[in-house]
Each structure stands twice: as structure tokens, then as C-alpha cells.
Design a protein around this ligand. Sequence first.
Ligand code: ASP
Length: 439
Amino acid sequence: MIKVVKFGGSSLASAEQFRKVKDIVNADKKRRYVVPSAPGKRHKNDVKVTDMLYECYALAEAEGEFKPLLRKIRARYNEIINGLKLNMSLDEEFKVIEENFIQKAGIDYAASRGEYLNGLIMSRYTGFEFIDAAEVVRFRKDGSFDADTTNKILRERLKKSQTAVIPGFYGAQENGHVKTFSRGGSDITGSVVAKACKADLYENWTDVSGFLVADPGIIENPKGIKVITYKELRELSYMGAAVLHEDAIFPVRREGIPINIKNTNEPEDPGTFIVESTCQKPEYTITGIAGKKGFVAVNIEKDMMNSEIGFGRKVLAAFEENQISFEHTPSGIDTFTVFVHQEEFEGKEQSVLSAIHRLAEPDSIDLEADLALIAVVGRGMKSTRGTAGRIFSALAHANVNVRMIDQGSSELNVIIGVSNEDFEQAIKAIYDIFVVTRL
Ligand code: ASP
């Protein structure tokens, strides 16, 4: 049995955190492959090493004075090395990095050094072999991630190593040119490693004890989610509840490997299990509530719209022309509404409206701004009668006016549109009815 363990930046920000991590790794012999992030924030106002590297490289590229900042980065690592009393030095590594910065080795190379150096420390500290991700995680010439080649190379390489540290976040093209995933991408590396060694479990260690039923900024001490399916998570993360990089789901999901989100600072907490499917009954009818403010509803009306072939396509083409993605498209018999992000839409508003007029010739278009969308998600909703009824009566009691309803055909979620002002109140009302009162 193999477990792959990935540790996030806050779990590796200091010597003290490294000690916790080693205890966790040593506590279970199945934890054979470790994927570290770069050192994150030690406290709220701290700066992540990855951000320091981006800034430092920008200076180098502009031929500015980048060395003082590089020394600051080195100090972050030295603090960890000295705190752990390790007999090692990264001085030679930093010489190479400095030289490569002068040679303008690229922004991805620069950012990747955060994980690379942390991986070297982790390897020395745990005694696990160091495997440079540049050798085993492959990107194509066009910069996209090459999952198949990576899987082949990585699987062969891991077979030769009983225990190893593989730094997260980066890989390389065939010619050795370093590439990174998008921000937070160490989660993806962990998933890719889990797939390659056919792990039984992918543990993703962070600084929270898994997912919460609702945002703690809105609900005081919300309950944790014990088990969530990949599909439910998609519905929730889609609305902004991301603890895990979205792309980290795909490699393990196909292999049926569960992900366990765990808390480095509270290792006894069970955390959240993310699974393909489960017959475990959820604790509450709903698994989670997530939402986001700042949407605009573009309401398009046209008589006899329902019998006009291609109307929807023409309307959506107007958004596509303007490079705007849409969130939802609830429709009525003669109306078609498109929900878009206000930020994205504002600057292009008039250009979208004229495109809709040109392409779809509607009778009228009307805009409604400052709306919030709330997703109520749960695999338990399908088998429970009256869920929608309970949501809406709770909202009515809380004096929240519902502006839009959209139930996905999977019956996994109900999306509710309210005004920005009612957002928090609406979430509280829904949480209360399902979790506190347990209706
Ligand atoms: N260090 C990278 C970042 O800050 C990747 C990661 O932590 O997953 O985005």
C-alpha cells in the first residue's frame, strides 16, 4: 500500500513546520512519496518564497538590482536549515540560480526554484531520495502538460525508489527547459505522482482540516465535510471554495484514488475525503454551500424565441466574440438570461449589447447588476423530498428575495441568485435550516 503526501507552503514555512511534517511522514511507513511546496507564509503578513522569486526574477530581467532580494530568499532557506540543525548548505545552488537569473533562464525556472530547494532540504531531513521534477514531469513544446509521457517516465523512476521527495509545481520540456503549472500547482504534482505509483491514497496536507460546509467568514465555526464526491467538489469549487487546485482532481479521479485533505497543525483531525462515489449517507442533506458576489444578469427578450432555431447560439456568440465566459443561462419561453462576472463584463458591456442586437435581433435587453450566486450542493438532495421547498421557505423567512433559480439536471445542486446585499443572509438561512436544525 502506498500513500503520496503533498505538503503545502504553510506546512513548510519554517523549521518548526518541517518537524511536524517529518513526524507525519514517519508515523506511517506507507507514506513513501513526498511532494513539497515552496516555503509559504510564516505569519499573516509574510511573503511566500514563490512571490519573492517572481519579484526577484522580474528585477533580474529588467537588469535591476536583484541580488539583495535573492539573498533574502537564501536567508529564508538558511533559517530552516539552521533551525533543523542540518549539515547542508545551499550556497552552491544559489550561485547557479544567480548565474541563471543573469542569463535570463525564464520566469518559470525562477519560480520553480522555491519547490526545488525545499525538496533538497526535505530529502536531506527525511533521508528520502531526491528526484528532480524536471526529470520526471514533462511539458510539451507548446507549454502544455504532457500527462501520458509524464506517467510513463515517472512510473519507471518511482519503481526504482522505495522512498522519495519529488518537488511540486514544475517539470520540464524535453529540451530541459523548466515549466511550471499555474499557481498552487504542487497539488497537481501530488496527484500525478499518486497516479504514477498507483497509490491507494493521496494525502494533501495544508493548514485547514479539510473543506467546510460553508465559508467561515460568513458562518461562525461551520461544520467540516467528512466525505465529498469529485462531482460535488466541482460544483462547489466552481463557485470559489477552492482549497485544492482544480486540475489536481483529474489524474487521481480516473484511477479511483481518493484524496484526503489533512491539517499539518492538527494531524489527528480526519479532514475531508474526496472520492469518486460513496454509499455513505451524507451527514446532512446538503454537502456544502458556496457562493460568489458580483454577477450581472443580461436578460434578453424576444417574442416567439422558443421557436427560433439558433437563438441561444447567436446570443452566446456575442459573448464569445467579446471573450467573456458565462456562468449560467436560465431561460423562459420568450426570455434568455446570461449570468456573467461583473468585473469581466463592465468594460465590454456596450460591445456585447451591440453584438447581441446584431446577431440575435432581440426585442429588448435589460441588465441587472450586483447579483450574487449561491450553489447549494449535495448528493443527498436527490433522494430527499422537498429540499428546494425548504431552501425557499428558509430564504423567505429571512426576507431574502430570490432573483433566479437554476437546478442542474444532475440534481446535485441548486443555484440561487440573490442581490449582493442579501448574500450573507441567504447563506446563513440555508446553513441554519440544513445543518443547525437538520431538516
Ligand atoms: N509555490 C507555488 C505557488 O505558490 C505552488 C504551490 O504552492 O502549490 O503557487
